[in-house]
Design a protein around this ligand. Sequence first.
Ligand code: ADP
Length: 160
Amino acid sequence: MRRAVCPGSFDPVTNGHLDIIGRASRLFDEVIVGVLINQSKSGLFSVEERIDMLREVTASYDNVRVESFRGLLVDFCRAQRATVLIKGLRAVSDFDYELQMAQMNIGLAGVETLFMPTNPLYSFLSSSLVKDVAKWGGDVTPHVPDLVHEALKARLVPPA
Ligand code: ADP
C-alpha cells in the first residue's frame, strides 16, 4: 500500500491545504494528514480543534486520515508506515527551507518528499494571513471551508 503524509500546523486548515490533500488522495492509496503538536507555540486553535475541523472537511475522502504527532516527522512516517511526504509549494520563498528539510529527511530515514505546486488560486494563502485578515473583520470566506469561517468568527473578536 502506498501511503503519504501531509504534515503541517493547520491552524486552521485553509482551501490551499485542502487542495493539496485532495490531490494527494488521488495519487496514493492512503493519505495521513499529520498535525504537528508544537509545545513551544500555542496556536489560535488547539490541536484537538484543528483535528476536528480537518476530519470534518476531509470526511468525503475515503482514504484520508487525520492524526497528530510530536517530535521528528520521519518517526511519525515510520509509525504510520508511510514512505512519502507531500509538501505544497506556494512560491520560491517556500523552496529554500523545504529543500533543506527534504534532504535532511531522506538522510535521516529514507523518507522521500514530493513537492506539489499550489493551485494558483491559493498561492498567496497561509493560515497566518487568514487569521490576520479575519481578526480585523475581513472576509475570508473564499479561502477557508465554511466551518472554519464559523470557527474563526467565534474565536476572533476584532480588536477595538
Ligand atoms: P501555513 O501555516 O503556512 O498555512 P502549514 O504548516 O499548516 O502552513 O502547512 C502545511 C503544508 O501545507 C505545507 O507543506 C505548506 O507548504 C502547505 N500549504 C500551506 N498553504 C498552502 C497553499 N495555500 N497552497 C499549497 N500548499 C499550502
